[in-house]
Design a protein around this ligand. Sequence first.
Ligand code: ZN
Length: 287
Amino acid sequence: MKRIAMYALALWMAVLTVYAQPEQVFVPDLGQAFPFLGERVVEPPDDVRLDALDAAAYGIPASGEVPQPAYLLMEEAPTQTPVYLIDSGKPGPVVYVLAGTHGDERAGWYAATMLKGMRISAGKLYVLPQANKPGSEAVRRTVQGSLDLNRAYPGHSQGDAAMQLAHAIVRDIEKAQPVVVLDLHEAAVFAPGRDFLGNKVIYTTLDGIEDLFFALLTAFEEGTLGAVPFGFVSPGVADSLNAVLPEVAGIPVLTVETFRGYPLSRRVQDQVDIVLACLRFYGMMEE
Ligand SMILES: [Zn+2]
């Protein structure tokens, strides 16, 4: 019995050793290999600090003012989170940028943290930098426990913490009536038989954003947007904002997914560049 236990222990140690060593895996979509632990890529060491983000260095035109929240979602709840509204004071489209749904996908909410202080020349820009504030502050995916905000849409005012938050976000977007929602995420998993989401833009519907889609597609293919060309994937996963919002509110969502195998600074830059490309497309930025 003791011997069996020792064999089992030795076998378990061997398994741990094999799995604890990152393995170089070639990712065809990106044309290069990255270190993986199992199906998850190992992020390179941080080359950006949240408290030292410099919007100008990322090409974001600054408003020159300290951004102040326009209002709070889920006021007084543990999930309370600020929404910023940049109003150019001139007619034009409304765009809604949401980030930090999954708190461990930092590039998105780092980018949105800078975008909330930007200047636009037409229309209105809503920025919700930390949709899941407890998750982003703890750098974890969920709102709490196993509650995933992006599997809780359209949410419910009487549901669990993720459902209540999802409900508040849907209500807020419906009030804003944007032409498009840009939902900033990141991908870390590469597994056979599953859609690879690294450096992808996800859509469930292109109704109303056909021209934006073609403008982004052209820029990706010409190599003028994204450090490595992005691709498109459809549809969004069930119960996600991407899948549900078009159905319940008739508003299309583009979900931007950067790949966590790249350095953080580059992922943040790609997130920023894709948002700015959309704003430029809608004539919301001075050329
Ligand atoms: Zn995500």
